[in-house]
Design a binder for this molecule. Structure first.
Ligand code: ADP
Ligand code: MG
Length: 365
């Protein structure tokens, strides 16, 4: 995959509906050939970003560049993009083949060429035998694959997908996630995929762009966001981080301490290096993952915590242990392999815990 050059860039893109601002100066570079996922809660502006790129809505401010050229005002039908929506938007009175070939027939491509490319696109989405069916005769997953074939047939530079799998049940959604990802690898077309489901984002994306309230909060690989959240929102939204509020303490050898209700914790700031210079006493959070917490036998280690087991939740391979810590019984989550953890711990028992400084991160609210 060539991930070196930028295909599409958004520069200080803002959007208001009437007087209501919904996007606030978005900067985003989509790399050629990547699978980029836009992740955020409902109402965060994901669909608006796609609509601006697709040309369905005018920008209020900023520019969009394709291959370095300003396309901010290019009409929708001249943009080399195609969109796949959640509701498929297939023509019910047309066969699968006619639906898929529609984009080429309105361009008056030769009939033979259309037939050849329809067959090619249907083969790609494994729907060859369904060419003469009507949309009502297909399952939800098959309709979604028709919509994808229809988007691919015009050989767009970029495919925009707006929560295309949201209407599918869990099992089918998982299959379609793998399917979409494998097709994207095969054809190497750039995918910009919107979802509010973090698991879906982690499983499919080369990179994830996290949005909140019309802002991009963090852009990085799933690994980056999972292990190095750069703000409280990402730390909360992404998985099940423990977040302990406190006040910044002194810097100690490239790490930074934070004073919290459960004691002084030492954490990394590699996710947010500016925190090394932030004033002592400033409000922040220590964020650490449930799998970073582990039991220790004796006191005295760094990031030493004591508490009582409040709850054990069996989750198959792992067990989530809730531990009440400190005077206010602040609940922390620890995730242990079920064989090791679930069987040896009992509710109510006292427990000593720790996490390594480089597995904790300081984030600002
Ligand atoms: P998401 O796709 O992340 O759920 P949207 O981009 O659809 O978010 O919406 C972002 C914000 O813009 C929301 O507050 C939504 O209510 C508002 N919005 C979206 N479309 C319109 C519109 N056509 N007119 C007015 N407000 C809109
Ligand atoms: Mg949306």
């Amino acid at each position: 995959m060539s991930h070196n050059s930028d295909l599409l860039t958004l520069r200080s893109v803002s959007k208001s509906y009437g007087v209501v601002p919904v996007l606030h100066g978005i900067d985003l570079a989509v790399r050629d050939g990547e699978f980029l996922t836009v992740l955020g809660p409902s109402g965060s502006g994901k669909t608006t970003v796609l609509r601006l790129i697709g040309g369905l809505e005018p920008l209020s401010a900023g520019q969009i560049h394709l291959d370095g050229k300003d396309i901010s005002h290019m009409p929708i039908n001249r943009r080399p993009f195609n969109t796949v929506f959640q509701d498929y938007a297939l023509f019910p009175h047309m066969t699968v083949a006619k639906n898929v070939g529609y984009g080429l027939s309105v361009r008056h491509e030769p009939r033979k060429e259309i037939a050849r490319r329809v067959a090619e696109a249907l083969a790609l989405v494994r729907l060859g035998p369904f060419a003469e069916r009507y949309p009502a005769q297909l399952s939800g997953g098959q309709r979604q694959r028709v919509a994808l074939a229809r988007a691919l047939i015009c050989r767009p530079r970029l495919i925009l997908l707006d929560e295309p799998l949201a209407a599918l049940d869990l099992e089918l959604r998982r299959q379609m996630q793998e399917f979409l990802k494998s097709i994207q690898r095969e054809i190497k077309t750039t995918f910009l995929f919107v979802t509010h489901d973090q698991e879906e984002a982690i499983g499919m994306a080369d990179r994830i762009c996290v949005m909140q309230a019309g802002h991009i909060r963090q852009l990085g690989t799933p690994h980056d966001l999972y292990y190095r959240p750069n703000c409280e929102f990402v730390a909360r939204f992404f998985g099940e981080n423990n977040l302990v509020p406190g006040m910044l303490g002194p810097v100690t050898g490239g790490l930074r301490s934070i004073d919290t209700a459960i004691g002084r914790l030492i954490c990394s700031v590699e996710n947010q290096p500016s925190l090394l210079n932030a004033a002592e006493g400033a409000a922040a959070f220590a964020a650490f993952r449930p799998e970073a917490l582990h039991r220790v036998e004796t006191d005295g280690t760094e990031n030493h915590l004591t508490g009582h087991v409040a709850n054990l939740a069996f989750a198959g391979a792992s067990t989530v242990v809730t531990i009440a810590t400190g005077d206010n019984a602040l609940p922390l989550r620890m995730r242990l392999p079920s064989r090791a953890g679930g069987s040896v711990l009992a509710a109510g028992q006292r427990i000593l815990l720790s996490f390594a400084p480089h597995e904790g991160h300081l984030v600002l609210g």
